[in-house]
Design a binder for this molecule. Structure first.
Ligand code: AMP
Length: 142
């Protein structure tokens, strides 16, 4: 599938739009979802420009899933949630709204019902506080 260089995540990766970044390495980038389905909802992107999982090179896919595992550990530690939902949408028909491959990490607990996908903006202060917690949990992993 052709890649739209001006999709919102391409622009975040180029630094043209702000985000609550929690992690970056040579091949991947992670930040908090601005419309979280639960506290701590985090997105992990390969930097390689690809819309769908099937478009990714093996190296980019490997890097993305390894970073997803690393972030899932940190987000779980930061939130204390007993379960972690990892999801990934391919194509508008599947619910994908931003055409750059990404993995969702969504903490799950019985006390917190899953909120709607990409609907309500989070309080910026709450996102900033969560960002600090995830970064601290990542540092504690190292
Ligand atoms: P998907 O529908 O799987 O493509 O997921 C896209 C996700 O990106 C949704 O969960 C949105 O809430 C989230 N999102 C959209 N724009 C931004 C943004 N500027 N910063 C952070 N998250 C965003």
């Amino acid at each position: 599938m052709s890649y739209d260089n001006n999709n919102v995540f391409a622009r975040i990766l180029r630094g043209e739009l702000p985000c609550q970044k929690v992690y970056e390495d040579d091949a991947t980038f992670a930040f908090l979802d601005i419309m979280p389905q639960a506290e701590g909802h985090t997105l992990v992107l390969p930097k390689e420009p690809a819309a769908l999982l099937v478009d990714l090179s093996p190296a980019a896919l490997q890097a993305a899933i390894l970073t997803t595992q690393k972030l899932a550990r940190a987000v779980q530690a930061a939130t204390g949630a007993p379960g972690m939902l990892i999801s990934q949408f391919n194509g508008a028909a599947a619910g994908q709204t931003v055409p750059h491959v990404h993995f969702h990490i969504i903490p799950r607990s019985p006390e917190q019902p899953l909120r709607a996908h990409a609907r309500d903006n989070a309080d910026p202060a709450a996102l900033a506080a969560m960002r600090e917690k995830v970064i601290a949990a990542l540092a504690a992993q190292a």
